[in-house]
Design a protein around this ligand. Sequence first.
Ligand code: GCW
Length: 647
Amino acid sequence: MQGVDPAWLPDRAFRPIGTRRTLIRGTGPLVDTVHGEVARACEQFGGRVERDAAPEPFDLVLELTGDDSSEAFTYEREGGRTTVTASGGPGLLYGLFHVVRLGEAAFQGSHGRVEHRPELALRMLDHWDNVAVHPVMGQVERGYAGGSLFWSDGRARGDMDRIRAYGRLLAACGINAVAVNNVNVHEAEAHLLTDRIGEVADIARELRPYGIRVHLSVTFAAPMVLGGLATADPLDEGVRGWWAETTSRVYEAIPDFGGYVVKADSEGQPGPFAYGRSHADGANVLAAALEPFDGTVHWRAFVYDHRQDWRDRTTDRARAAYDHFVPLDGQFAANAVLQVKHGPMDFQVREPVSPLIGAMPRTRLAVEMQATQEYTGQQRHVCWLGPMWSEVLRFRPEEGASVGQLARGGLVAVSNVGDDPFWTGHPLAQANLYTFGRLAWQPDAVPGRILDEWIGLTFEADAAAGVRVVLDGSWRTYEKYTAPLGVGWMVQPGHHYGPSVDGYEYSPWGTYHFADRDGIGVDRTVATGTGYAGQYAKPWSEVYESPTSCPDELLLFFHHVLYDHVLHSGKTVIQHMYDTHFEGVEEVEAAQRVWQGLAGLVAPARHARVAERYEEQLRSAREWRDQINSYFLRKSGVADAHGRRIH
Ligand code: GCW
């Protein structure tokens, strides 16, 4: 697309295919997409593509062998020919992108037949996009990449080429579902469900050729807001009928509609509590409406008291999702998926895995990540989240299944994309989107390999080593110069960018660090604290309960300790804070130098955009370092062992 960054699908990635002879067998809309991709590459690079019967020889055969919707494909190279077969159109498309990723290697040597299939059936992006500009949150809530791809100032943006190009990128990293509006459903957005469903259908039409289904965030109060009913009580017959009728009209407009996403009784959104009903009652009324059409309701577990009194030390926000939902295990309909944030709080740079995951064996769970970097530098800082997500997905809540295996309802990320020419504001934040898609396909994949894959597609070979260096450790670097040892927050209230140690300390949001002159951290033990550690199964409940066994990086999430408490690393807590904050800034300085050295090896506009963001990252990292270090020096009175300058 003109004027838009090609991201991980630059033309040159299609050269190996475009210079060869390809045969495509089969019919259907996704086969047409595959054909279109290959034909375009051949036009550019001089190769040839045929459909169905055509005289040999071919270098590449892409063959649809069935007529289903399977996403699996087989890949094989033998006798100088590469063959991809799939029984469903989506599988063939994923097979094509597999060949694109392999590049020249797809046409060399031989390779026995291997079957590829996604481990998770639903690999989804949630857009927190508002249709109308919200007075506080703007067009995209927590969006750091310009306006919405879908909506602009109250209307559908209508840039269908851009939406199509987005679908193409998403398919190339394995994503197959997109929710097109914010989970906070305001007045204008509510109408997408009924009188404005045509606008959603327009988006669905553009994404369908890439195997992507569209979902919609809806308000639980829709029967009242849109239907004029006196209640939204999920057990009311009229309400049930309204949802059923409304949903059948949605499917008339969008026959492959994916389903609803609901944020209920959360941060002011309406929900079943108003009627004394449970969240299972609430989810099930929507599930029943969707069931005849194979649709799914994604019901978010982000339910907590956002009007807590900071003086109240007995309420612990970290406990909330577990306390609300575990008693409901077994009560959710089969097509209701409980969507759980991966940590118990809210997408901090370091959190334990939510204890809800693994604690509801009779409920389908989806795990929600945040690609948009709300608390991880807002796409002004480089922060590649692959290692963090991978740690979460490999975590085993108890003996047996990992989080990646327990996420039977899919993996969801809040999108980091907007109408920015680089898609994600910070060009290197594209790596997060790509990595998310690939991890959703294979949750136990090695993140470093995914990073290499992304770099290989996106950059010229001589830039690869440098790009890898600046991304690889960037999450840990970010962690070093922000809130320490898992305690979280310490951000400016509201927009959440930049440091403010006490920004949320006396607020109603349940996000405290409890620092005083002697120590810091939240006592979440069973013995003396909020009891949160007891929500885990063994061995984790025991590991987290004691500061002796609790991993250093989560110490202040689980324990209130003295500043001179000695970590496993051998350092005191306070010295760890000083050291990591100095180191974090030094690491940003070093990364910036590496990036400067890539001038001439990276496309100039992309290089310049990243260089500009590094200036801000460095400024901000120094601000973090100095505020945190000064604050804790003043609180504790403990000097830095190395005598460095603290203000
Ligand atoms: O932490 C909060 C974010 C909100 C977001 C909410 C959620 C969409 O700051 O902006 O609202 O999480 O996940 O629902």
